[in-house]
Design a protein around this ligand. Sequence first.
Ligand code: HEC
Ligand code: HEC
Length: 169
Amino acid sequence: MRVSRSTLAAVAAVAVASASFLASRTLVSALAAATPAQAAQPAPPPPPPHTMNAPINLKVLPRNLTGEQVHEIMEGWEGELGTSCKTCHVEDPKNLAPNGRPRLNFADDSKPEKQTARKMFMMVQDINKNYIAKIDSSGAPVTCGTCHRGHLGPEPFAAAPEKEHDHDH
Ligand code: HEC
Ligand code: HEC
């Protein structure tokens, strides 16, 4: 399955990134310890690690996905629909980010677009499992982007101007 393969790649990339992050942090603190001028100053608190919460309200995606895996899928949908997280996720006025802007409440189900996206996901699974998998094809599955092509509402299709008929009426 494409998701799991790319997810594995992403998990590996995250692991490499955090390993080098840790390595550079270790280097930085080793340097700080070795430099008396800097050692005198209190070290700034380390930035919080960029962890993503485990999902708590999955109804169509596999429940055992990690926060990172869900995030990767969401970024895929965002790109395929040419939209942003806010299209489907509601702002939480009680949860403000340091810049004063409300954070999104990802588990909340109140946006109709989120409900639509769940139906769309079920539809795509059905298309791939029950139709695409049963034909002799390139094996390329249908994705959100197959129809949406970077737009929230799929663009109406305009056929090329009519050519000569290859048959008589
Ligand atoms: C097209 C609509 C859509 C867009 C755009 C979208 N999401 Fe989602 N998101 C969903 C749906 C639907 C679910 C629930 C999936 C399910 O029920 O299995 C979800 C679930 C989540 C969850 C899990 C919440 C929980 O605790 O259950 C997170 C986190 C999340 N989205 C983050 C994001 C981020 C970050 C972005 C932008 C990069 C984003 N989403 C963009 C539709 C969307
Ligand atoms: C087979 C074609 C097709 C695929 C594949 C598809 N969609 Fe759609 N989607 C549509 C069509 C057509 C509409 C517009 C329906 C309408 O006009 O009301 C739509 C509408 C939507 C909307 C509502 C847009 C709005 O304006 O409110 C969302 C959200 C959405 N799709 C998400 C997704 C996601 C997420 C995926 C992949 C998991 C997906 N779609 C896959 C055809 C598709």
